[in-house]
Write a protein that binds this ligand. Sequence first.
Ligand SMILES: Cc1ncc(COP(=O)(O)O)c(C=O)c1O
Length: 401
Amino acid sequence: MNENFNKSLENIRMSPIVTISEEIRKQAPVFKEKTGQDFILFQRGEIDFPTPEYIRNAAKKALDDGFTKYPKSGGEAVLKDAILGKLERFNKATGLTRENIVTTYGGQEALELSFKLFEGKKGAGFAPTWSVILENFIPYSDIDFTEVPLNKDFSINFDAIEKVAKDISFFYLNTPQNPTGKLFTKEEVIQLVEICRKNDVFLISDEAYEKVTFGGKEHFSPTSLEYDNIISTFTFSKSYSMTGWRLGYLVTRNERIPKLLTMGNYTQTAGVTTFMQYAGKEALDNIEAEEKAVSTMVEEFEKRRNLLYKGFQSIDGIELTKPDGAFYLFPNFSNFIPNSVTGSERNTYIYKKLLDIGVAAVYGSCFGHHFVDNVRFSFSTTPIPVIEDGIERMQKLFNSL
Ligand SMILES: Cc1ncc(COP(=O)(O)O)c(C=O)c1O
């Protein structure tokens, strides 16, 4: 039998975050039996809020109204118009039309399609980088990817970008960023786009967490800039707690890209589930309900961020930059890892110590080669009392190391 399948599919690796979650599933009952305590789950980007009622009702209504037929390839006009409204209101991106948008199965498909455009080419992005980019999209598109490390405080080393920019087809930006929670400033984004423009490089801008920002700070979208070679990818998952709906979209001023993706990756009748697109329209267009739903969630996330940040600050030796967005903290634990511990043992050293106290988090090497002494903590499914419990356990652990 000829099983010589597409090599790039065989190169894709299982997400280490999924592997970690499976490990926790096995360990949690044993831990409970031994200590009487539950595991604290800081490892996943799932959200513990339901999808807002006004969006659920819109999906039910769309079903009852008969929006159950083949979708329009690339996206229904009603959803695209709602997206255009949101781009103008929220992202300050004007001069766009329906032809600049392709709707997708979540942010992940928007990214996968974007990376596919550069199959076999060279690209770069910041380290740390969201693990799915490294484990999945890059091998799937056979891309030669350079990690450009952020500085220790997660600010940008522009000289390093200038150096690689001469040699790449695209740069991948994610703001607010997973795993650091870094919200890149308007000035930083503009400077990055200028480097791309100067070197004729595309920018893939992953804006999945655009609505999750703290302390009155706001996301700045490069899509508002007049550079055609930016592809911005968005999702409903994080803004509206719609992770299971698989609804997202990409936006670009480059005229060829939406045509290529609509024709090349979809047949004339394939696309995002029709009735969900109507619910997506409501999610964006019902401004009053939208603002209430988003602010309820973000206010809770901000409380959790503040608490977890304060907790880490209370432990001598942990180095941490306060995140302004997304729902992650990415502290550095170098001071707790003996110099003699190296290689793969070093990568999981703190992760394993945390498992011993029933705390699940994601070790830094899942996000590339550069921040291996860091660990990512997600606070998207951990209510305040659970965080308090986690901090107490970690205070005891690290004060004893
Ligand atoms: C950085 C980043 N980009 C994009 C996504 C895509 O999310 P989804 O496919 O749920 O829309 C995620 C999800 O965790 C993410 O963390």
